[in-house]
Write a new protein. Sequence first.
Length: 336
Amino acid sequence: MTAERKYVVGITDHMIGEPDLEADVLGSDVEIDFFASTDETSFTPDRLARLDALMVWGARLGPKSIAHLARCKGVVRYGVGYEKIDLAALAAAGIPFANNPDYGTEEVADHALAMILSLHRRLWEHDARARGYASGWQVHSLKPLSRSNKATVGVVGVGRIGTAVVNRLKPFGFRILGYDPGQPPGHEKAIGYERTERLEDLLAQSDVVTLHCPATQETRGLLDADGLSRLKPGAIVVNTARGELIDDLDALETALRSGHLAAAAIDTLVKEPPGDHPLLTAWRNREDWLAGRLVITPHNAFYSDHAAVEMRRNAAKTVRLLLDEGKLRNQVTDRS
C-alpha cells in the first residue's frame, strides 16, 4: 500500500537526467513536478501554485513566478550562486531561500590548485611552444620561472573553498595571503595564512591571485581595468568563483597583451557559453601571443561523479528537513 502524497515539490530543470535520486531522498509522500526547463516563462501559474517547495538548478526565478508560489514553504537552489534568483521578491512574498554550499568543496579547490600550479610552472605555455621546436630541446625553458617557495599566492575569500585551497597550497611552500573581511580575527591563525586588511595590499604582493568569493555589490568587477592595474606586474589570476568578478574582457585582453598579466585561468564567465570577443577569438584560434596563457574550462570546477550525487542529495535533504520540521538550512538573507 503506497503512502498518501502529502507534498508537492517542483524541480525546474536538471543537468543529469530525471530526478530519481531526489525522489528517493524526498520519500514516497512527496510528488515531484519536474518542469524540465530553464525557461521561466514556461512555468505556468497552476503548477507553481500547488508547490510546497521549489528546487532550482539553472533557471531564473523572478517576481512573476514567485507571485504564484502561494503555498511554497521555501526555494532551494542546487548550487552555491544565486544571481538568477530574485531574493527581494521572495522576501516580499515571505518565502525563504537557501543555496547548497556544502558540496563540491574538494573539487573546486583541486581545480583551482591545478590551475595555479600549471600556470605557475607554465605547463600549458611550454606544451604549446614545444610543438614547434625542431632543435635544441631543454634550452627552451621559459623565463621567468620561480620556485613555489619563492612565490606568493593571494586567496580572495577564505571560506569553505578558500580554506581548502589554503590547505592544499601549504605543502608546496607558497607564501599565502588571505583577504576576507567576513572572517573573524584569528581565522588566519587557525587556518594558517597571512591576513591582509586591504585587497589592494594582497593584489600588489601576490604572484598568483585566486578568487573564492561570491558576486556581491562589493565584489562585482573586482578585477576590472582598475583592479587588474593593481596587480603585481607578471601576476597570474585564477577564477573558479563567479564570472562577474572579472566581467570586463576588454580589460583582461589589454592586461594579457601588455604582459602586465602573465596568465589567467577561468572556469566561470558572465555569459555561458561565451560569445564573440577578440580575446575569446584569440583563445579559440590558439593565437601565438596567447598560447598557453589563457585557460578556460566550461564551468565544471565543481564536478566529479561524487560531487554531482552529493549536490543532489544535499539539496533534497534540505527540502525534506523543511517539509518535516519547517527549518531551512543554509538560508540566504543577503540581498546584495
